[in-house]
Design a protein around this ligand. Sequence first.
Ligand SMILES: [Zn+2]
Length: 126
Amino acid sequence: MDFKDTLNEWAQKITEKTTEVVEIGKLHVTNCTKNEKINDLKKEIGTLCFEKFRSGDELDPAIENLCVEIKKLKGEIAENERTIRRMKENGGDTVDMAAAGYCPYCGEKLAKDAKFCAACGKEIEK
Ligand SMILES: [Zn+2]
């Protein structure tokens, strides 16, 4: 085998390798997509189970525990949303804070007619 043949063989091998790498990449992408699909399906199973739980159907105790957990978290989320609404109603809004005489950024009491907060230096909008 002369030098040229060796070179050709090399080129052939590199081409094969490159194709292999591309194929591996494609398979990775395919598997990623399939794994995402599996996760979607798992979520769907979860949603179906939770709906059954909500309508009072009997579930496997392990699934029921997870549903109880979701219900608890949903309650906590709703509670947090209520707290946020309450805070906004009670002047959590930046402009209202300033009108009440407090810096909306750091909460420091502002000097009368202050244009800037003495504590944090932020401009106060009125
Ligand atoms: Zn401040």
